[in-house]
Design a protein. Structure first.
Length: 312
């Protein structure tokens, strides 16, 4: 049996592949307990839900903890699937049925349940990114502000800087209490252009690092050139999709690497000498840098006496 779950802030709608009715439950502890009792007595092959801004996290973790295979997928994929089926209308019940059919037809791979430590790292990384985005917005506003408004903005910027330092300290304390995490951060930090925050960002936001090949990891992050060919037409290769927050950090790391990392610097200059536009060359450097980091983590884990990973 395949299950589709449309997740909302207050309710979730569940469609079972062997039933026509769609059931609704509260998206809280009591509702999740009812869902687990409902699915526990059934031969569930796969549960699919959309990533819904974090509202799906508790339910997904509970399902995986109960041994029920479940995965959260990109909403765009499901919407395109619905359009392919000719289902242009959209309600919670319809979305649940579409997710059930998506589970049965596509069968996306189930990811391992994130540990509590990994979830906390991801939360702190997300919080740090939010604070940085707010600081950038305030700095942009300060360019046009005057008088008391400018003073207020500068005061807020100082507060945001302190909160960013606090979040980095919290992440540093977590590393001190987890030597295996710290060891992998050190492995990545040895690569010029990668700092400790960037290393932790990669390990926390891309737990698949070290377990995929270079093409898979590049596509996962969104730095793989995707072709658009048809017949005799050879379209322009473009990079899109993937994990935007990781890609933003990787962009800044690649900028630094083109100046201070001998391998990336030589690669970048070679591409420019071949006539590649600077932005194309920089994205290629992002992909090469990611490939190097992926290989370093793979080799480090392979050399451990006991097979284990730090953040998965």
């Amino acid at each position: 049996m395949f299950v589709g779950i449309d997740v909302g802030k207050y309710h979730v709608d569940i469609a079972l592949s062997d039933e026509s009715e769609v059931s609704r439950f509260k998206n809280d502890d009591s509702g999740i307990e009812e869902i687990l009792r409902l699915l526990d007595a059934r031969p569930v092959a796969l549960v699919v839900m959309e990533a819904s801004g974090g509202y799906e996290r508790q339910l997904l973790a509970s399902l995986l903890g109960a041994g029920i295979p479940a995965v959260a997928v990109n909403p765009r994929q499901v919407r395109d699937f619905a359009k392919a089926l000719g289902m242009l209308e959209k309600t919670d019940a319809i979305d649940a049925r579409v997710l059930s059919r998506f589970a049965q037809s596509v069968r996306p791979a189930v990811r391992p349940r994130p540990t509590q430590e990994l979830a906390e790292v991801q939360d702190w990384l997300t919080r740090r990114r939010q604070l940085v985005e707010m600081m950038v917005a305030e700095k942009n506003r300060s360019q046009q502000a005057r008088g008391g408004v400018l003073k207020s903005i500068r005061s807020h910027i100082d507060w945001l800087k302190k909160r960013i330092r606090d979040s980095e300290k919290e992440l540093g304390d977590m590393l001190k209490n987890a030597p295996e995490w710290n060891a992998e951060v050190e492995v990545l930090d040895e690569v010029k252009g990668i700092g400790r925050v960037m290393a932790l960002m990669l390990l926390g936001a891309v737990p698949e690092l070290g377990s995929l090949n270079r093409k898979q990891i590049a596509k996962l992050v969104g730095v793989a050139p995707l072709c658009r060919d048809s017949g005799t037409l050879r379209g322009q290769r473009t990079c899109w999709g993937g994990r935007a927050d990781v890609r933003a950090c990787l962009y800044m790391a690649a900028l630094a690497a083109t100046q201070f990392n001998a391998t990336i610097k030589a690669f970048y200059r070679r591409l420019l000498a071949a006539g590649k536009p600077k932005k194309v060359a920089l994205v290629a450097c992002m992909r090469k840098l990611l490939t190097i980091l992926n290989a370093r983590i793979r080799d480090y884990r392979a050399a451990l006496p006991v097979s284990r990973t730090a953040l998965s």
